[in-house]
Write a protein that binds this ligand. Structure first.
Ligand code: HEM
Length: 512
């Protein structure tokens, strides 16, 4: 065979292979198209390849914007619609009663998150054993082990840590202000330095010195953990595209090297605490009690520690950053909060943990910040036991094992049917006269910490540390938005929890 004959026949076979692959994929994608229609559920005529979530599939827009487009288009006419992530069917639920049924009433059928069964417990024991990844007895045990860490007494025991870190934060801000080229502080960076210090001191009894110029290894590792990762999104997408191929493939969520880092950290902290004989009611003490009473493994202890760190530091710092951003933007809100602080704590000695927890307007600010900047952009529940899910008007949809329901949290929290002028930061909507936050929670339209048995166990800890930080800063500084800020920032395309970015705050010390 001459070179040209070989060349042309190779081209021929390559073309045949390409046509075959395209044809197989066409049939593969098409074969699922009636998944929802067969169950009597409306499904938009979406793109065959990109499904209904083109932003996420192309990697150029966060999934919450795709959800929001669908929400605005179909929410008035449908309680839920059937959509496709590539070709994987998902139920996108708009009706808040149906959402509550999924998360609370029918929890038995929908006990799992989107991550369930996807993270490998062996190659990634840190996150493979995380509660998000568990159901059944394993999940119950993890929750029972974590919950006692959040009693009032233990949260209050963390107060000296919060106070110490806040004092360092204030000195840091004053030093920054004194610099000639001071041009505001990044709200998220400032808040992350605070929460990582509180959480690290509480779990490991280690001060990462984030306000003292030191490069914190812990902060870097924690940030790396939660940084939107292209690789993670790619595998996640492959899973939607070829679920049968990846049925037995499991992710490693932890970054290389971080396993050893967290195991050593926990090991050293426990040895150090045991040797010191110190007794205090912090989280490390809780872990030590677990070790003695339940004889849980070192691996499980390290996993609990890492989980507290990763769950606790980023979500809380986003909440603080969101509140600081809005307080800086709306002077009337800031003045009202400072008035509340000065009225309830007129003297410096009155400024303490217990009194700060009594600040009601500050609660309203934090809730309003969680409404507009909720760390959980969306929630998901996986069906593990078939059920006929009830919809309004006596309709039903059959959900089978493995089906996933998406809950578009941010769209609901920004819906003008539930929240008047939703783009307006208005903490008064949560005032006691208006029925408080409870009125919205009871209606099922506001659930910043989730709902049902999987509801966030760390919510009170999160509020306690956020309130102490925000109150301390507003008492001592006047905040304003730095002109280089972009308060209407776009959420990063790969993020699965919110990252507040490009928001800078000017601080001016209030001298009494
Ligand atoms: C303002 C800060 C926080 C927000 C907005 C938040 C939000 C949430 C939400 C929405 C869920 C439910 C997820 C779902 O239903 O799939 C959740 C679960 C969880 N959160 Fe938080 N959280 C915060 C702080 C914390 C803190 C401080 C901790 C612990 C130190 C924590 C630990 C957890 C854990 C372990 C779960 C899983 C519970 C389970 O699956 O049973 N969170 N959080």
């Amino acid at each position: 065979m001459s070179f040209y004959e070989f060349f042309y026949s190779a081209i021929f076979y390559i073309l045949i292979a390409i046509i075959a692959i395209v044809a197989i994929h066409y049939v593969y994608f098409l074969s699922n198209r009636n998944y929802w229609k067969n169950r009597g559920i409306f499904s938009p005529d979406s793109s065959l390849i990109f499904g209904d979530l083109p932003g996420q599939v192309k990697g150029n827009r966060n999934i919450m914007y795709d959800f929001d487009d669908l929400y605005k288009k179909y929410k008035k006419s449908h309680a839920a619609i059937g959509i496709f992530n590539f070709r994987s069917p998902r139920l996108l639920v708009f009706n808040t009663d149906v959402i509550r049924d999924i998360m609370v009433k029918n929890f038995k059928n929908f006990p799992a998150t989107e991550f369930y069964g996807k993270i490998d417990g062996e190659s990634d024991p840190l996150f493979g054993n995380h509660m998000f990844n568990q159901i059944g007895e394993g999940w119950k045990t993890s929750r029972q082990e974590l919950s006692p860490a959040f009693t009032n007494t233990r949260i209050k025991a963390a107060h000296p840590i919060m106070e110490n870190v806040v004092n360092k934060m204030k000195i840091y801000i004053k030093n920054e202000i004194a610099k000639k080229d001071f041009d505001g502080l990044d709200a998220k960076d400032l808040s992350a330095r605070y929460t990582i210090s509180v959480v690290s001191n509480s779990i490991y009894n280690i001060d990462p010195k984030t306000f003292e110029g030191g490069e914190s290894e812990l902060l870097k590792v924690a940030q790396k953990f939660l940084a939107p990762s292209k690789k993670f999104m790619f595998i996640f997408m492959l899973n939607s595209l070829y679920p049968f191929l990846l049925k037995h493939y499991k992710f490693s969520f932890s970054q290389p090297g971080s396993q050893k880092f967290f195991f050593d950290l926990m090991d050293n902290s426990i040895k150090h605490r045991e040797a010191s004989g110190v007794k205090c009611m912090d989280y490390l003490d809780h872990l030590l009690t677990l070790k003695q009473k339940r004889e849980i493994s070192d691996q499980a202890l390290a996993s609990h520690g890492a989980s507290f760190l990763v769950d606790g530091y980023d979500t809380s710092s986003t909440t603080i950053a969101g509140s600081l951003l809005e307080i800086a933007r709306y002077k009337n809100v800031q003045d009202k909060l400072r008035e509340e602080i000065n009225e309830k704590m007129p003297n410096d000695e009155d400024f303490n943990y217990d009194n700060v927890q009594e600040l009601e307007y500050l609660d309203q600010i934090l809730y309003e910040s969680l409404r507009m900047h909720n760390p959980a952009l969306y929630l998901a529940r996986m069906c593990t036991e078939d059920i006929e899910l009830e919809l309004p008007k006596d309709k039903k949809v059959k959900m089978v094992k493995g089906d996933l329901a998406y809950i578009p949290v941010q769209s609901i929290f920004m819906d003008s049917d539930y929240f008047e002028n939703p783009t307006q930061f208005n903490p008064d909507r949560f005032s006691a006269e208006n029925g408080g936050v409870k009125a919205y929670m009871d209606r099922g339209v506001f659930f910043p910490f989730g709902a049902g048995p999987r509801m966030c166990p760390g919510n009170r800890f999160a509020f306690a540390q956020a309130k102490y930080a925000v109150a301390s800063l507003v008492k001592d500084f006047e905040l304003s938005l730095n002109p280089r800020s972009n308060p209407n920032f776009e959420v990063h395309p790969n993020a699965f929890i919110l990252h507040i970015q490009d928001c800078y705050i000017n601080f001016k010390e209030i001298k009494n």
